[in-house]
Design a protein around this ligand. Structure first.
Ligand SMILES: [Zn+2]
Ligand SMILES: [Zn+2]
Length: 258
């Protein structure tokens, strides 16, 4: 049984047919899904889905793209919303210097506010980082120095060096369908060597459908395809990879109930 540690069930492309999407995920052996928030206006819907569905859990947070539009989202707001029994993580938050949709100072400030919420609640921070390795690592390390907090890098596409550094900080790394792409040779080489006890799998659906579903909207059922590819890459059985990544998920997300 697989856990999809990062999906957006309330995004266009999935929300219109959520019951069918969930049914196909269950059919494919997905036993739990973490439905991720990206802006405060969707928190109610993301949490409502988790309330309705036993195998869906929720996060609260503001994506770096949205940082400019959420000057009011502070640590205490996140902590208050995280008190809900089905909210098991903080995020996604982080830095995106590829799209630069929000001011970089504002992204950094929002990132630190989310880290503080993760530290205060003990709920893992779901980190998004793109073209921002140096600043992401600097902030993660600086904040770790102020007090430990649990965290993972979602949809990992960064360098092997960055992987080594965040693993040293105690973070976990989540691999998406990008690993199945033909051009993803560097990522494949890094993913092959990641420590088995720090590895998660995700879809980031409705984005990034893995091979052989390219060109279609992604959905949680496809985490099984990423798992098969990754297991093959690492020279292990898919059952073994499913078991270790599922155990890793519940060990990191301590508030999640099996
Ligand atoms: Zn992301
Ligand atoms: Zn996402």
């Amino acid at each position: 049984m697989f856990v999809d540690s990062h999906c957006h069930l309330n995004y266009a492309g999935l929300v219109e047919e959520q019951p069918a999407v969930l049914a196909r995920a269950r059919e494919a052996g997905v036993s739990a899904m973490l439905n991720i928030s990206t802006r405060s206006s969707e928190w109610d819907d993301v949490i409502a889905t988790a309330e309705r569905e036993d195998d869906v859990m929720a996060s609260v947070g503001v994506h770096p793209h949205e940082a400019d539009l959420h000057p009011d989202v502070e640590t205490e707001t996140l902590v208050a919303r995280a008190a809900h029994p089905k909210v098991i993580g903080i995020g996604e938050s982080g830095l995106d210097y590829y799209y630069d949709r929000s001011d970089r100072d504002r992204q950094r400030q929002s990132f630190r506010a989310h880290i503080a919420a993760a530290r205060e609640t003990g709920l893992p921070l779901i980190v998004h980082t793109r073209d921002a390795e140096d600043d992401t690592y600097a902030i993660l390390a600086d904040e770790m120095g102020k007090g430990a907090y649990p965290a993972l890098i979602h949809c990992f596409t960064a360098s092997r060096d960055f992987a080594a550094k965040v693993l040293d900080l105690g973070l976990t790394i989540s691999i998406s369908g990008i690993v199945t792409f033909k051009k993803a040779e560097d990522l494949q080489a890094t993913a092959k060597d990641l420590p088995a006890d720090r590895l998660l799998i995700e879809t980031d659906s409705p984005f990034l459908a893995p091979v052989p579903h390219r060109g279609r909207p992604c959905e949680p059922a496809y985490v099984a395809d990423t798992a098969r590819f990754l297991a093959n890459l690492r020279g292990e059985s898919v059952e073994h990879l499913a078991e270790t990544t599922t155990n890793n998920f519940y060990r990191l997300f301590t508030k999640a109930r099996r």
